[in-house]
Design a protein. Structure first.
Length: 236
């Protein structure tokens, strides 16, 4: 019996040694758990923190994609404006060339509006007819500048403004390049006259001229109201 008692006493002593000094009897030491950030224990202890970290990548992705969507929308609007305005300008000029004769105006709205075919080698009121090549050069520069500015375009209002200006510049540029008497010397087809059938008092113009004027006026209003091309507003 003695050897059995001694063996039992040694086992009890070993169990006692494995116990923590501050831990009550009968409670075995548990394996240490890592409770630092990123561990399962930390996530279990604070589920709010785990949820926040999970949503941070999504929020960051939304912040990055939002400007891209704004730019894509603005570019799409500008493109649609250019296509519609430029098509309208080209079609109306072709109709004028086919059906109207210079000196034979068509009276509309009781003499307030006239349609009269007119070839213009210069600018408004036929100014600068001796330097026709300057106007297509300016139109090319303006078109290039607008395309460059469109890289940071986020505002729909600015997209409409720049689209109108670009359509107007391209509409008259096509006439300068492809109509008689030759490239860079071509005469622009004008046909809209107000108040009288000639250019007295008010210049004869076309759809491209109207787009240019409206686009520039809109751009000035946007600048005065503090609206920027990137969609931001000036702080008052």
């Amino acid at each position: 019996m003695r050897p059995v008692v001694e063996h039992t006493a040694r086992e009890m002593a070993g169990d006692e040694a494995r116990r923590s000094p501050d831990r009550p009897d009968g409670e075995s030491a548990a394996e240490p758990r890592i409770t630092g950030e990123g561990s399962d224990a930390s996530a279990d202890a604070d589920p709010t923190k785990a949820d926040t970290s999970a949503t941070e990548p999504t929020q960051a992705g939304d912040q990055v994609s939002a400007p891209r969507r704004s730019r894509a929308r603005a570019i799409a609007v500008m493109s649609v404006v250019v296509v519609i305005a430029l098509t309208l300008d080209i079609v109306t000029k072709q109709l004028v060339v086919a059906h109207l004769r210079e000196g034979q105006p068509v009276t509309l709205i009781g003499g307030l509006l006239y349609l009269n075919s007119n070839r213009n080698g210069g600018a408004a009121f036929s100014m600068g007819t001796s330097v026709t090549w300057v106007f297509p050069t300016i139109a090319i520069i303006v078109s290039g500048v607008i395309i460059y500015l469109a890289r940071r375009l986020r505002s729909v209002a600015w997209a409409i403004s720049l689209g109108l200006v670009l359509a107007g510049a391209l509409g008259n540029l096509i006439d300068r390049l492809f109509r008689a008497p030759g490239p860079f010397r071509g005469e622009v087809v004008d046909f809209i006259a107000l108040f009288n059938s000639s250019a007295r008092g008010f210049a004869i113009f076309n759809i491209a001229d109207s787009c240019l004027t409206i686009g520039v006026v809109l751009a000035v209003l946007l600048e005065l109201s503090g609206r920027h091309r990137d969609g931001s507003r000036a702080r008052s």
